[in-house]
Design a protein around this ligand. Structure first.
Ligand code: OGA
Ligand code: ZN
Length: 337
């Protein structure tokens, strides 16, 4: 754990004091009300060499802040782009705490993981999701079959290549993680692609700040509609946090809606990002085999596949989504036992 470079303010320390007077010892919920504190100043603040900060408030309560509470926003920056390999975990290892830890940690930090040897049975992808928490339903159901279908309502349900994209940017709250279980991948073509959209957005900010600015501020309309639904949302391609750091990507060319306001600045910026996304250094290609479940952060990683020939062999994936809250929660519960 990094020793924090600067101490937070007195107000922050008071608001977050973990002593049993400020934090309920059983519920672990905050009992201190900052607005009712007047002129409280620490009597003494000490930092040890592993970054634990101890604050003596001078009135009988002492807060001991582990370094993990004090990491700065810069320290929390996400891991760098994929370095050429997606971590792999064998399905039977998920019965151990270490296996679960490796799986969930890879999803959260690397942004992707492959669970190998997933049993070759329909519905298995939801059983995998249930190990984390709940599968999140969408207009495509709780579980969806990705295969070439006669009357498709979605490009994924054809044999066409799918350029790099994120799923469901047409929702105000797109699903955070996607799990794609390979039941069969015997057709010619149908290789998978992944790219770290946040790393690419950071690259774009460095090389073309004006384009980055356009993509972070211009709402783009996305729309899915079929016989049952018409789901629309407009939001910038790059979502930034309060510090201007990219934190999520919406990118899906086939459900980008007609935008009467799209101007030349937008097209220049959109194409600049797309060009970077196509850069070989930014794209990881892999081939899924039966039993592989590709699990990835749908707000960060773009995914895609090459065209396949449905006459040449069977290709059938089953997918579902999981919310980040549940992934993080499960990982924390593993740590606490
Ligand atoms: C999808 C998708 C990829 C694939 O269903 O959203 O992108 O490999 N599928 O078929
Ligand atoms: Zn997709």
């Amino acid at each position: 754990m990094a020793v924090p470079s600067a101490l937070p303010s007195t107000r922050w320390l008071l608001d977050n004091c973990p002593c049993s007077r400020c934090l309920h010892p059983i519920t672990r919920e905050r009992t201190i009300t900052l607005i009712d504190q007047r002129d409280v100043q620490p009597l003494a603040v000490t930092t040890d060499d592993v970054g634990t900060v101890t604050v003596d408030w001078g009135d009988g309560h002492v807060g001991v802040f582990p370094g993990s509470m004090l990491v700065s926003r810069q320290d929390l920056d996400i891991a760098p782009a994929l370095l050429g390999a997606v971590p792999r975990i064998a399905h039977p290892d998920l019965d151990t705490m270490q296996g679960m830890d490796r799986w969930l940690s890879a999803m959260l930090t690397t942004g992707a993981a492959i669970v190998e040897q997933t049993p070759n049975e329909r519905g298995e992808v939801v059983r995998l999701a249930v190990r984390i928490g709940y599968a999140r339903p969408t207009n495509f159901g709780t579980i969806f079959d990705v295969e070439s279908k006669p009357d498709p309502n979605n490009s994924a349900y054809t044999a066409a290549g799918l350029d790099l994209h994120t799923d469901l940017p047409n929702w105000a709250n797109p699903p955070d993680f996607q799990l794609l279980h390979t039941l069969a991948n015997e057709a010619t073509g149908g290789d998978s692609m992944l790219a770290d959209g946040i790393a690419v957005a950071k690259g774009l900010r460095a090389s073309d700040p004006a384009a980055f600015e356009v993509l972070a501020t211009t709402p783009v309309p996305f729309r899915f509609h079929d016989a049952a639904d018409d789901i629309r949302h407009s939001a910038p391609i790059v979502e930034v946090d309060a510090d201007g750091q990219p934190v999520a990507i919406r990118f899906n060319n086939w459900i980008r809606d007609v935008d009467p306001l799209a101007d030349e600045r937008f097209y220049d910026a959109y194409l600049a990002m797309w060009r970077m996304l196509r850069g070989p250094a930014n794209v990881l290609t892999l081939r899924l085999s039966a039993g592989d479940t590709l699990c990835f952060d749908n707000r960060r990683m773009l995914h895609g596949r090459t065209e396949f020939d449905p006459q040449s062999g069977r290709r059938h994936l089953q997918g579902c989504y999981v919310d980040r809250d549940m992934v993080e929660s499960r990982l924390r519960r593993l740590a606490f036992g």
